[in-house]
Every structure is written in C-alpha cells, then in structure tokens.
Design a protein around this ligand. Structure first.
Ligand SMILES: *[C@@H]1O[C@H](CO)[C@@H](O)[C@H](O)[C@H]1NC(C)=O
Ligand SMILES: *[C@@H]1O[C@H](CO)[C@@H](O)[C@H](O)[C@H]1NC(C)=O
Ligand SMILES: *[C@@H]1O[C@H](CO)[C@@H](O)[C@H](O)[C@H]1NC(C)=O
Ligand SMILES: *[C@@H]1O[C@H](CO)[C@@H](O)[C@H](O)[C@H]1NC(C)=O
Length: 325
C-alpha cells in the first residue's frame, strides 16, 4: 500500500517543476473594436531557445489555434481570422465581433509548460457624433438653450468642454442623467462660447463643437463729444452701447427726430441753432429692446476759450458786425 502512495508523491513533486509550469503574463483585459483586430501578446514569452512541441490558444473551452512543429490546426470558426507569431506565440484575432468577448488562454509546451490567460471586451466604435443646438436665437435671461450630443456605437462616457475648460453643472446648467444633454435655463451672456462634446469608449472617441451666442443689451448707452463748440467748427458726437448684436442708433435733437442712424452724429459747421439737447437711442433688433442715452447738451459759443482770446475777440467782433448788418 505504501509504495503507490510514495510514487504518487514523487510524481507530484516532479510535477511542481514540470506540470505546474511557468505563468505567462498578459494584461488583465484587452479592449477591441468590432471589425478590427487585436493581438494578445505575452509580456514574458518562453525563451526562443526552448523548442516547443505544442502551442494551444483557446477561447473558453473552444480551441482557436493548435500548433505542433508538424502542423497548425485552426477550427472553421477561426479560419482566416487568426495568425500566431512563431517566436512570441502572440495571437492576432481579426474581424472582431461581439461574440469574441471573453477569456483567452495560451499554453505552450516545451520541456516545461507555460500558461497564461487574458480577456477581451469588444466595443462598437463611436461614429456619427453630432452636437445639436437650439434652433432659435437666444436672449439673455429669457431663453433656454438645450444642447444634445448624439452618436452611434457603444458610448461609455460623455465629456463637455466650454471654451477649453470642463463644463460644470450649476444652478442654470443642468446635465441629463446620461450626460448626453445640457440645458442652460436661463441663458446669461457668460454662456456665450464654444461648446464641445466628446463621446467616448475605450477604443474610440468623436468630438463635435458648437458655438452659442447669447444676445443682450443694449445697455450702458452713453454719448461722447464736446459740450461746447466754437461757432463754425466741426463737431462729432459718438454714441456707445453694450449690445449683442451691435446696436443700431437714432438721434433726436431737442426732442425731434433727426435722420441720423449711425453711431456718429456729425455737425459739419456749427451755427448757434445747433445748441441744444442731443439724445441717442440704441436699439437691439434681436432682443427688441430700446435704450435712451442720457441727453447730451451742446452749446455753440461765439468764443469758447480764454487761451485763444484774440481769436475770440476777433470772432465776436466779426459776429457783432455781421449781426448788426
Ligand atoms: C476581415 O476584414 C477585412 C477588412 O478589414 C475584410 O477584407 C475581410 O473580408 C474580412 N474577413 C472576414 C473573414 O470577415
Ligand atoms: C450616420 O448618420 C446618418 C444619418 O443620420 C446615417 O444615414 C448613417 O447610417 C449613420 N452612420 C452610422 C455608421 O451610423
Ligand atoms: C456625468 O458627468 C459627470 C462629470 O461631469 C460625472 O461625474 C458623472 O459620473 C457622469 N454621469 C454619467 C452617467 O456618465
Ligand atoms: C434747443 O433747446 C435749447 C434749450 O434746451 C434752446 O436753447 C435752443 O434754442 C433749441 N434749439 C432749437 C433749434 O430748437
């Protein structure tokens, strides 16, 4: 009774070196794309000096490729889809489909046995990404902007960037539960900018961009120009407004409309009748808001400065003369 038991033990001891063999290291998992190929390559292939007598790649229980020095056997399911590197024993699997996902095992028998395993996850690549923005013009504090990122394939993450920084949720910036859509309710002028969405999975990504313009204003309307001008001089008044899109302007003088519709109001040669009250009205045709500026008083004087008193005296003399004529 003792002898067989001893024999068994002895065989088992021999097996520690021979049967348990060496472990081939692989990455824990590979990511593959439908229709593409993948290469499972051991990090520590058996030394090329040791002549092999059997290489076997299998997928679960199913053989993928069996190779002896005499012949290579590939089952029909893998015909034209696999090749093996004769030195590293790396397996290349082509034209991947979802059904290729699972566990792969390599065993190489030389004078020892080398074994290792890894797994494959298969994704359909992201394609056809589109970023759909709001169709209508956006007005500050009034509009809601909804932007949606759509695409085909296995999408495992969605990332949003605005003007090169991550777009973060806030009181007015709300992400859908799957992060595919963002609602900005309401929009503010600071929401203007370039939005970018990236649809991603471990084997691919697509990025799309969209620019949002938030219309606002006009506000901060003001007129710049002199309050006094000498008789016969050229005077220009400028009207400014903060507005997107740029405001259009109209001008009133002493409460009466003028025909001027530019930001610049020019008086080529002043007469005393140009003294009075100038009002610029800024209008934004998108927000449909009007804003009146503060009025701007211009006084046309016969003499305007002590520094040029001689000229003033001359002018006032001339004026008196012409007035008395
Ligand atoms: C594998 O894909 C290539 C193109 O990538 C194609 O030409 C070939 O026919 C495909 N083979 C199989 C077996 O599907
Ligand atoms: C991309 O989108 C277009 C139109 O929406 C569609 O016809 C096409 O089949 C899509 N392509 C893929 C790869 O999904
Ligand atoms: C949505 O994005 C945020 C980061 O912006 C992330 O923390 C969250 O896990 C994402 N949710 C989903 C379902 O992808
Ligand atoms: C405009 O109004 C000012 C007073 O605000 C007045 O002195 C001036 O005569 C007016 N000019 C015209 C042309 O009505």
């Amino acid at each position: 009774m003792m002898l067989p038991y001893c024999l068994y033990l002895t065989l088992w001891m021999l097996c520690i070196g021979q049967c348990m063999g060496q472990v081939l290291q692989f990455p824990d998992s590979y990511d593959g794309a439908v229709g593409e190929s993948i290469v499972f390559a051991p990090d520590n292939p058996p030394p090329t000096s040791s002549a092999f007598w059997l290489i076997r790649w299998s997928f679960g229980e199913q053989p993928v490729l069996t190779s002896t020095p005499a012949e290579t056997n590939i089952p029909p399911a893998y015909t034209d889809r696999v090749t093996v590197d004769t030195t590293t024993h790396a397996l290349m699997l082509m034209n991947l489909t979802f059904s290729d996902a699972g566990t792969y095992e390599l065993s190489v028998q030389t004078d020892t046995i080398y074994k290792g395993q890894t797994s494959l996850v298969v994704y359909k690549k992201v394609s056809n990404a589109t970023l759909i923005g709001p169709g209508e013009l956006l007005i500050e504090r009034k509009s809601i902007a909804k932007i949606t990122c759509e695409g085909n394939g296995d999408i495992t993450s969605v990332q949003w960037i605005k003007d090169n920084d991550p777009l973060n949720p806030s009181v007015s910036v709300i992400f859908s539960s799957d992060n595919r859509s963002v609602s900005i309710d309401p929009v503010f002028r600071s929401d203007s900018g370039e939005y970018q969405c990236t649809l991603r999975n471990p084997v691919s990504f697509e990025t799309k961009k969209l620019t949002l313009i938030i219309n606002y204003g006009p506000e901060n309307v003001l007129i710049e120009g002199p309050n006094e001008a000498g008789l016969g001089s050229l005077v220009s008044l400028y009207c400014f407004a903060t507005s997107v899109p740029s405001a259009s302007f109209t001008w009133k003088f002493n409460g009466t409309d003028t025909s001027v519709t530019t930001e610049k109001f020019t008086i080529e040669k002043t007469t005393l009748t140009h003294s009075g009250d100038y009002i610029c009205t800024a209008r934004n045709h998108v927000t449909d808001q009007n804003v009146d500026s503060q009025s701007h008083i211009l006084e046309v004087k016969v003499c305007i400065s002590l520094q040029i008193s001689s000229v003033s005296v001359f002018l006032s003399e001339t004026f008196k003369k012409s007035a008395s004529v």
